[in-house]
Design a protein around this ligand. Structure first.
Ligand SMILES: NC(=O)c1ccc[n+]([C@@H]2O[C@H](COP(=O)([O-])OP(=O)(O)OC[C@H]3O[C@@H](n4cnc5c(N)ncnc54)[C@H](OP(=O)(O)O)[C@@H]3O)[C@@H](O)[C@H]2O)c1
Length: 243
């Protein structure tokens, strides 16, 4: 299997900044014909629209809002590639007072957002020939870290759901890619206080295009992620990716 973005129509959530914006740019630079750019505030997409004109279709899309997800699915019926990128991070240990509220918020966006988008777009991907789904997971999906404990829990849950989606979507010919970045230079890395070690967004966006072509399931974009991916490879191959 392998998915070439050339000539394809994609939808990217959280497309207005950070990794999502870089993914939109990479898709269009690699020949995607159109990208539905999802954002909570569509005014924040003006920069992308100024460059790419009608190859960008702005979609008001908060992934915590089922009505907006339904509306996106009713409008973007030609999507062949769904990139579920929108995500949030809170910094707290499991013992902090705000841990429960933080986890609820992160699950709502990082886990239920994926669930809503996958359920809404699975029939569309099927109708359009199978296509592909990309999920922005993290090294935090593989290892708990006390300073962002609830974020890690939400990303571990999203990774689990990604694996189940891969199994069920294979039946309709939809390829699934699980992306596991370490620190990447965006607002999120600044908020997490990990920006000193952060690497460029292009490692993620360009790597996604290549990983889709290669048809792989796990993708580790940056140095920290690659180190973790090497350590995890045996388990991933023998358990997660096993038939
Ligand atoms: N940066 C890293 O080091 C890193 C590492 C591993 C994984 N990741 C993952 O990569 C993805 C992108 O992260 P990033 O670094 O680009 O983060 P970011 O710079 O904080 O951007 C987050 C994006 O998600 C959007 N978003 C937040 N809540 C949303 C909601 N309810 N509905 C729709 N969109 C929403 C934001 O929109 P607004 O502008 O409206 O807030 C923004 O576009 C996330 O899933 C993140 O967990 C990031």
């Amino acid at each position: 299997m392998g998915f070439n973005v050339q000539g394809k129509t994609a939808l990217v959530t959280g497309a207005n900044r950070g990794i999502g914006k870089a993914i939109v740019e990479a898709l269009l630079e690699h020949g995607a014909s159109k990208v539905y750019a999802g954002a909570r505030n569509i005014k924040s997409l003006q920069g992308l629209q100024a460059v790419y004109a009608d190859r960008i279709v702005a979609l008001e899309l908060d992934v915590t809002d089922q009505d907006q997800v339904n509306h996106a699915a009713a409008k973007a019926t030609d999507v062949q590639l769904l990139v579920n990128n929108a995500g949030v991070l809170e910094t707290c240990t499991p013992l902090d007072l705000e841990a429960e509220a933080a986890l609820r918020h992160e699950l709502e966006v990082n886990l239920f957002g994926l669930l809503r988008m996958a359920r809404a777009f699975a029939p569309i991907l099927k109708h359009n020939g199978g296509g592909a789904l990309v999920q922005l997971n993290s090294v935090a999906s593989l290892r708990g870290m006390a300073f962002a404990s609830t974020y890690c829990a939400s990303k571990a849950a999203a990774y689990s759901l990604t694996q189940s989606l891969q199994q069920v979507l294979a039946e309709q010919g939809t390829q699934v890619l699980s992306v596991h970045p370490g620190p990447i230079a965006t607002d999120m890395a600044t908020k997490a206080g990990i920006d000193a070690n952060a690497e460029p967004v292009s490692l993620v966006s360009e790597g996604i295009i290549q990983s889709l072509t290669d048809g792989i399931f796990h993708f580790y974009p940056d140095s920290m992620a690659k180190d973790m991916g090497r350590a995890y490879a045996s388990f991933a191959e023998q358990v997660i990716e096993a038939e």
